[in-house]
Design a protein around this ligand. Sequence first.
Ligand SMILES: O=C(O)c1cccc(C(=O)CC[C@H]2O[C@@H](n3cnc4c(=O)[nH]cnc43)[C@H](O)[C@@H]2O)c1
Length: 210
Amino acid sequence: MTLLVVTAVEPEAEAVRAGLPAGRVRVAAVGVGAAAAAAGTARLLALAEAAGSPYQAVILAGIAGGFADRAPLGATVVATRSIAADLGADSPDGFISLDELGFGTAVAPAAPTLLASLRESLPDAITGDILTVNTATGTAETAETLARRFPAAVAEGMEGYGAARAAADATLPFAELRTISNTIGPRDRAAWRIPDALAALTKAARSLGL
Ligand SMILES: O=C(O)c1cccc(C(=O)CC[C@H]2O[C@@H](n3cnc4c(=O)[nH]cnc43)[C@H](O)[C@@H]2O)c1
């Protein structure tokens, strides 16, 4: 299978590459946020298709914030669904999702076969929804609100839903794989364990056996 792995930033891409045999998989950093992920992934897919060597699957990989008591620091998480948590409308009665507004869906389910293969390769990984947010959560109040709105969510990142949409437009299977660098809650950058999360990302990539 010709696989495209996209990450937000280059250190994440390097961590993934370090766990993969050279030249077998394309790993590219496409930028932070769902818009960058969608645009960057779509461009890579289109260029490969135009060159006559299309990709056959897309994985969004990177580090993430983990929900307290659901995904601890250093854990590997695999998304059953990548959900755009803040795509919709605010209202005095609470958040209204894109689905409720009738404008499509904010939920991108992982491709069943790709998800099953990731789970088999990563038996210790925590499986659940991974939220895509435009603003990284920085208060206990927002963390609690998200945990309540999304009881099956284990982590949040900023790109999954965007890359998933690009893969869906190209009718390709998609999955999201992340490792936990910080706990979702009051912003405390000093408490982020980025090197540990990047090391876990390398280990996860190696476990894929590609
Ligand atoms: O400073 C560094 O060395 C460094 C190395 C690798 C990655 C970073 C990032 O800051 C990546 C940002 C990326 O990480 C995701 N992320 C991580 N934690 C959270 C969170 O709590 N809430 C939302 N997103 C998170 C996100 O996908 C960002 O694109 C720095």
